[in-house]
Design a binder for this molecule. Structure first.
Ligand code: FES
Length: 125
């Protein structure tokens, strides 16, 4: 488990050294997720149009390591944007990856920027 989690590390906006183009705005459904691959990672991308914000996180749900978070439901909890896993409904903050159910699971999140209709996700490698 720890080995798998280590390949997913939350990247802060200020730490991103590589901005990987994942597509254009139109490639991603609104208020739902899309999935892209970066190196050996599956990354879920969310065009959170209700908030006019974009988020990215690991696609693997840490509960059972299923590659499903891109198919989860977006929402907000106390104004924190969140994603609910479609399998067992555990919810995670899209800001810092913390588990909002109080469980000991956490997900990696990545910064997203949109420049002239093109979507980029920030990584540290
Ligand atoms: S696999 Fe995501 S909550 Fe169980």
């Amino acid at each position: 488990m720890e080995e798998i989690l280590n390949q997913y590390q939350t990247v802060q906006l200020k730490d991103a050294t590589t901005w990987f183009k994942v597509g254009t705005v139109d490639d991603f459904p609104t208020n739902r997720g899309g999935c892209i691959k970066y190196k050996n990672k599956q990354i879920a991308i969310f065009n959170f149009a209700r908030r006019n914000e974009w988020y990215a996180c690991q696609n693997a749900c840490p509960h059972k390591m299923e590659m499903v978070l891109a198919r989860g439901m977006t929402g907000s909890a106390d104004d924190i944007p969140k994603i609910a896993c479609p399998m067992h409904k555990k919810t995670f903050s899209l800001v810092d990856g913390s588990n909002l159910n109080g469980d000991d699971f956490k997900i990696a999140t990545y910064p997203v920027k949109v420049i002239e209709n093109e979507v980029f996700v920030g990584f540290t490698d």
